[in-house]
Structure formats: structure tokens, C-alpha cells
Write a protein that binds this ligand. Structure first.
Ligand SMILES: [Zn+2]
Length: 177
């Protein structure tokens, strides 16, 4: 991955984080004056017209209206919420499945509060039973993740996009620990 493919945080005109694009796309927006640089990366890149320092955060010059973000209830998001960890035995791994805490056939809903990440063996052991029936315990109660920038962009925060932190509502000293 070259510097042109690096991630750039895109802010709305009101400085709220919108999404992430790559440097290539960011440079196009900058050259069309559809966005302005807010934070720079140290890397020099060459666009069609000139050499410039790669942006790491840009802000759109116009306002984008969009509905309040929500975290979609997908397998990927459930695994991310649970830190890719079986919520019964604590195992991390790549044989993870999704378990309904109260089984579907017992009236359990497919909701954030009733789904957890479970390894194959815990899922098998629990079978069609409830948690107390199976004599198992949950590491923590499942919850609906907050659709805050801090949560939505957490994978980027972990990968160390330092210049983004203040725009994501993250205290830099807290992120360093
Ligand atoms: Zn397990």
C-alpha cells in the first residue's frame, strides 16, 4: 500500500466526521476545491499538477446531510463489538459464530441485546438452551453499540491515526495508553 492509498478522515463542513477515503480521492476533492486540508501527513505525494504533502484529515467545503448513523446488526459488527472474543469462554479465534442468548425457538429476538459472539464449541455446548440452563455465564451483557464517531471509527483509532483523534472525540493521552 503506497502513500496514495493511505486513509484520510473526511469531515463535514461542521467538522463532524463523515467517512474515510484514500489520499488519491482526497487529492481530487482538494484540487476541485470541494474540500480543504485540515491535517497533514508527513509524506510528499505527486498529483497530476504538483507535489504536495499528503492530507490526513480534510473538511468538505459544502455540507452533506445524512441520517444519524447507526451500527448495523451484521455478523461483522457483532464480532467487532465483542472484540472477536467468545463471550462465554473468552477465547479469541477464527472459529467464531453468532449465538442467540435466548434461542430463537424460545422467543429470543435477533437484536443487539440478544446476540453474542461464541466459539464453535461453546455454541455447540449451549445448544438450544438458555444461559442458566446450560450452566454457562456471559462475560458481559450484550448491548447496542453507540453510533458515536469514537465507536464507528474505532478500528482506525486502534491502527494509530493520531491526527484524527481530536475530531473523533478521543483524548490523545487516553488513546496512547
Ligand atoms: Zn467459547
Amino acid at each position: 500500500m503506497g502513500p496514495i492509498d493511505a486513509n484520510v478522515l473526511v469531515l463535514n463542513s461542521d467538522y463532524r466526521p463523515l467517512n474515510v477515503c484514500n489520499v488519491r480521492r482526497a487529492v481530487v476533492l482538494l484540487e476541485k476545491e470541494k474540500a480543504h486540508t485540515v491535517e497533514l501527513d508527513g509524506v510528499m505525494i505527486r498529483s497530476e499538477r504538483r507535489a504536495l504533502r499528503a492530507p490526513s484529515v480534510i473538511r468538505l467545503s459544502y455540507h452533506v446531510k445524512r441520517p444519524r448513523p447507526v451500527v448495523k446488526l451484521t455478523r461483522r459488527e457483532i464480532l467487532a463489538r465483542d472484540d472477536h472474543q467468545c463471550q462465554y469462554c473468552g477465547k479469541h479465534g477464527n472459529d467464531l459464530t453468532i449465538d442467540h442468548v435466548t434461542p430463537r425457538h424460545r422467543g429470543g429476538q435477533h437484536t443487539w441485546e440478544n446476540v453474542v459472539t461464541a466459539c464453535k464449541s461453546c455454541n455447540h455446548r449451549k445448544g438450544g438452551r438458555t444461559v442458566p440452563e446450560a450452566h454457562m455465564t456471559l462475560l458481559r451483557q450484550p448491548f447496542r453499540p453507540p453510533a458515536t464517531p469514537r465507536y464507528l471509527f474505532s478500528s482506525y483509532i486502534r491502527s494509530g491515526e493520531r491526527t484524527w483523534l481530536k475530531f473523533l472525540g478521543v483524548d490523545e493521552t487516553a488513546a496512547a495508553s
